[in-house]
Design a protein around this ligand. Sequence first.
Ligand SMILES: [Zn+2]
Ligand SMILES: [Zn+2]
Length: 179
Amino acid sequence: MRLSVPAPEDFGVEMVGVPEGAAIELDLRLEAVLEGVLVTGTATVPLEGECARCLDPIASTFEADFQELFVYPDTRSGGNAEDDELRLEDDLIDLEPVLRDAVLLALPLSPLCRDDCPGLCAECGARLADDPDHHHDVVDPRWAALQDLAGEPSPGPPEGGRGDSGPRGSVDQQGKQEG
Ligand SMILES: [Zn+2]
Ligand SMILES: [Zn+2]
């Protein structure tokens, strides 16, 4: 049994979550058991979030398996006062809490845009993925003192776009339009 349900609000964790209203695909198997209905399923949810390292937006999908027993309303659980017990109400199964548990517990707390995301430069915040050769010339404090003495901070070399073949990366074409 397959169905698609819209994602409820606040369906996510800090860094990543399911956009509200996005379609959650459910692949469900319902089994009648003595006490109720055993629901086994897989939820495929669209994810949006931010890379924990470079803060790039992430869009991906995520699968979570779940299994939950929904007991019939008139079934007493033998005196065990379990308020958490899920119950079938009018034969309708409220899957949202089950999905919430299954998906939110399994979401990556630190999602990455890719496994080897280099993140941001600790010095200036530049995205290292865009500029693998990015580095800062660390000025020896003794030389820095000399520069202070000279009084005129020397401007750094102009940054030009070098056409060297780097690792494969996206080519951004920026066209300036003047009119
Ligand atoms: Zn990243
Ligand atoms: Zn930097």
